[in-house]
Design a protein around this ligand. Structure first.
Ligand SMILES: Cc1cc2nc3c(=O)[nH]c(=O)nc-3n(C[C@H](O)[C@H](O)[C@H](O)COP(=O)(O)OP(=O)(O)OC[C@H]3O[C@@H](n4cnc5c(N)ncnc54)[C@H](O)[C@@H]3O)c2cc1C
Length: 408
């Protein structure tokens, strides 16, 4: 286990500064344009691939950083640049984590590289869990996967929604029901390989924020995938289902479901994205407050403005510490006995929403226009309290974990 320290090591500082440079020089200058265009910023993703930021190697290195800080540090810097573009760069990671959390070594080795492609032929991946009638309530998922034993194939039918990179992805990871009697415990994750017949993009959503990130429905119409595309393999699934049936008979001890395994691993990372957006807005606000003069003095000379700045920075630092703690715990195999992952996501995402709103207030009329970036940052920040489990669901998870009772 890595020794506890509050200081980044030299290598981490180097990576952080390199990422910050890319965020400042490449991402931030392109942010307003791609927000207006509401399209995937392929040239920026390509640029990120060229320098090695959009690559399996880079994410693997950060993912396996023994301190746990590699991923949160990377997320904070990239999202500091711009949330929409950064999500286009890291969105593939959610699908990759889905495979890492549930897949065999062979599946990891086969599919994750195809999710990224290479610098000359960049690809993206999508993780498809949410459905029109199954958002927070994952257990009411209807997409069904049925095993065709004669052909050793799975046949998947259903409609997914809100999928980041849905329909434009090279590889889709799809969560589906394999045993409807078991609720969320009867789910499994599947790889849908590139070019598979029957998978198509439905509606592409026009959004409030993170508009450079593609979000769409994914339609699965008699999609057939080989047996080897079941993440974790059939034997492991059969064992897991048998255990879940047994536990259901005995009164339902908790068994982790496929989508939940992905979300647990990714929540602190989402918290880090929120910290990045919040920090970006805070920096603009601080700078503005020091230079904008009213009544013959900089507006920061007013306690009412200065105290807002103090509160903004305090909550950002507190959010980062919660994110770092959860990430450190996760990488060192410490169980989230107080739902520390959810805590970090809850606090950081609420912080991003509040801080970006305060930044608009400090910039006054300018804050409300697209001449300044805080308006976009505020729209972007609204996503953090919604995706990967809303703030209400994080509170439910925390309260249930603390109390041990099935609070509704
Ligand atoms: C831009 C974007 C990108 C996304 N990317 C992906 C993706 O890549 N893959 C994917 O699978 N999904 C993705 N999602 C889906 C996202 O995870 C869901 O939107 C989210 O889980 C909430 O589900 P819902 O929208 O159906 O809201 P609902 O579940 O309908 O919730 C509506 C409201 O009711 C509240 N609520 C619901 N149940 C309770 C309860 N028990 N107690 C208290 N309050 C409750 C919620 O907190 C919320 O405020 C994305 C969503 C967006 C907007």
């Amino acid at each position: 286990m890595a020794e506890f320290t509050m200081e980044l090591n030299d290598e981490q500082k180097e990576v952080r500064d390199w990422l910050h440079g890319f965020a400042a020089d490449v991402i931030r200058p392109a942010a307003a344009e791609w927000d207006e265009r509401e399209e995937t910023p392929w040239p920026v993703i390509q640029e990120a691939a060229k320098v090695g930021i959009y690559s399996l190697d880079f994410y693997a290195q950060q993912y396996f950083d023994p301190t746990g800080l590699g991923i949160p540090m990377a997320m904070e810097e990239l999202f500091w640049g711009d949330a929409g573009i950064a999500l286009s760069i890291v969105g593939t990671g959610l699908a990759a984590v889905g495979v890492l959390a549930n897949g065999t070594e062979e599946q990891i080795g086969t599919w994750i590289p195809q999710m990224y492609g290479d610098a000359n032929d960049v690809k993206v991946a999508a993780f498809c869990s949410s459905e029109p009638d199954a958002g927070s309530d994952v257990a009411s998922m209807r997409t069904r996967a049925v095993y065709d034993e004669a052909k050793d194939e799975w046949v998947i039918n259903g409609t997914k929604t809100w999928a980041t990179n849905g329909g434009i992805a090279n590889v889709h990871v799809v969560v589906a029901v394999v045993d409807p009697e078991l609720g969320s415990k009867g789910h499994a994750s599947f790889i849908v390989p590139p070019g598979t017949e029957g998978l198509s993009q439905g509606q592409k959503f026009k959004k409030h924020g993170i508009r450079a990130s593609h979000t769409a429905e994914v339609i699965l119409d008699n999609v057939r995938v080989p047996g080897s595309c079941l993440l974790g393999g059939k034997e492991k699934l059969d064992e897991r289902l048998a255990r879940a049936r047994e536990k259901a008979k005995q009164g339902g001890e908790r068994v982790k479901n496929a989508a939940m395994a992905t979300f647990e691993a990714s929540r602190p990372a989402v918290g880090a994205m929120a910290v990045g957006t919040a920090r970006a807005a805070y920096e603009v606000a601080l700078d503005y407050a020091k230079t904008r003069e009213q009544f013959g003095r900089p507006i920061i000379d007013n306690q009412g403005v200065a105290f807002q700045i103090a509160d903004m920075r305090t909550s950002i630092d507190a959010a980062r510490l919660l994110v770092w703690r959860a990430s450190w715990m996760a990488v060192n195999g410490k169980p989230f006995t107080a739902a520390e992952g959810s805590m970090s996501k809850l606090f950081a995402s609420e912080t991003a929403k509040n801080v970006t709103a305060q930044a608009i207030q400090i910039l006054g009329g300018n804050g409300y226009t697209r001449e300044y970036p805080v308006e976009r940052m505020h729209r972007d920040a609204a996503i953090y309290t919604i995706f990967e489990g809303t703030s209400e669901i994080q509170r439910l998870v925390i309260a249930r974990t603390l109390s041990g009772t099935p609070i509704r």
